[in-house]
Write a protein that binds this ligand. Structure first.
Ligand code: CP
Ligand code: NVA
Length: 313
């Protein structure tokens, strides 16, 4: 499970990216290596046509900056096209079924669908009823594309993944779920440090634990000790109502200088963004040299180009 010993196959079995639970460690490594190649190729100014003639429909039922721009730019850079569909503007938002939506899109030569929505079952249903690749661009349950970018960022900075310790602080949300699975499959240790009652999904936790040491802690300071990566996310995910009690409980898990000082001296800070300075992270941490949040955001582009390359080529 050491990424640096991985023998490339230039192939993945999966037809979709619904959750990282469906991916083997080897498939995750294939994506990370391809992302690294595509990043180099872009920086070298190469003109690519891997997805020429392909169109990705991008359905958004929630807001987005990074996901939207990275998919749109990513498919363009591979010679294809992106079609932005806000679910408010298409009939899906007025009750047309997932079944009918995917049937119609594929009749119109759409080659793949990226969807950001609430229910994981909607993403799974697109894959069930359609014949084209489906990519999960975030649901309430998970955010696999973000974690592929996160793993690429850690690999680039640390030069390895195996044995590294990542601690996620805050709400046991979609990010926590995907990080547990993605990092464990790459040989990392994961601790989710959250208030009681805000634990990550049990199914994701148990799945991740089959691959490596993954645990939940209610003690942020104990969790931070010896960490290579400190990670956090908003207290209130899209679709959740702000709640003063939850806010107060979450503040105990804020990533600040005190917590950073407990980690390894060369520990890095990551955040999927958007961030709220003064809430889940202090400005002194997110704006410090230990923070790689913009590398992480950039890597969304490269990681998702690799995903589209494998699923849509
Ligand atoms: N991290 C992330 O998915 O950002 P957006 O919500 O801007 O897409
Ligand atoms: N947990 C956050 C992630 C945003 C990228 C949300 O779902 O809003």
């Amino acid at each position: 499970m050491d990424i640096n010993l991985h023998q490339r196959t230039f192939h993945i079995q999966n037809k979709h990216l619904l959750t990282l639970k469906d991916y083997t460690p080897s498939e995750i490594f294939e994506i990370l290596y391809m992302a690294r190649d595509l990043k180099k190729s872009l920086k070298a100014g190469e003109f690519r046509t891997d997805l020429k003639g392909k169109t990705l429909a991008m359905i958004f039922a929630k807001s987005s900056t990074r996901t939207r721009v990275s998919f749109e730019m990513g498919i363009r850079q591979l010679g294809g096209e992106g079609l932005f569909l806000s679910s408010n503007d298409i009939q899906l938002g007025r009750g047309e079924t997932i079944h009918d939506t995917v049937k119609v899109l594929e009749r119109m030569s759409i080659s793949g669908i990226m969807i950001r929505t609430f229910k994981q079952s909607d993403v799974e249903d697109l894959a069930k009823y359609g014949t084209i690749p489906i990519i999960n661009g975030l649901t309430d349950l998970c955010h696999p594309c973000q974690v592929l970018a996160d793993l690429l960022t850690i690999w680039e900075r640390k030069r390895d993944l195996q044995g590294r310790k990542l601690v996620f602080f805050g709400d046991g949300n979609n990010m926590a779920n995907s990080l547990m699975v993605g990092c464990a499959k790459c040989g990392m240790e994961v601790v989710v440090a959250c208030p009681e009652g805000y634990e990550p999904d049990q199914g994701f936790l148990e799945h991740a634990q089959k691959y490596g040491p993954v645990s939940v802690s209610h003690d942020p300071k104990a969790a931070a000790k010896g960490a290579d990566v400190l990670y956090t996310d908003v207290f209130f995910s899209m679709g959740q109502k702000p709640d003063p009690r939850k806010f107060e409980e979450m503040m105990r898990f804020q990533v600040n200088d005190e917590l950073m000082a407990l980690a390894k001296p060369d520990a890095m800070f990551l955040h999927c963004l958007p961030a709220h300075r003064g809430e889940e992270v202090t400005a002194s941490v997110i704006d410090s040299p230990a923070s790689f949040v913009f590398d992480e955001a950039e890597n969304r582009l490269h990681a998702q180009k690799a995903v589209m390359y494998f699923l849509m080529k």
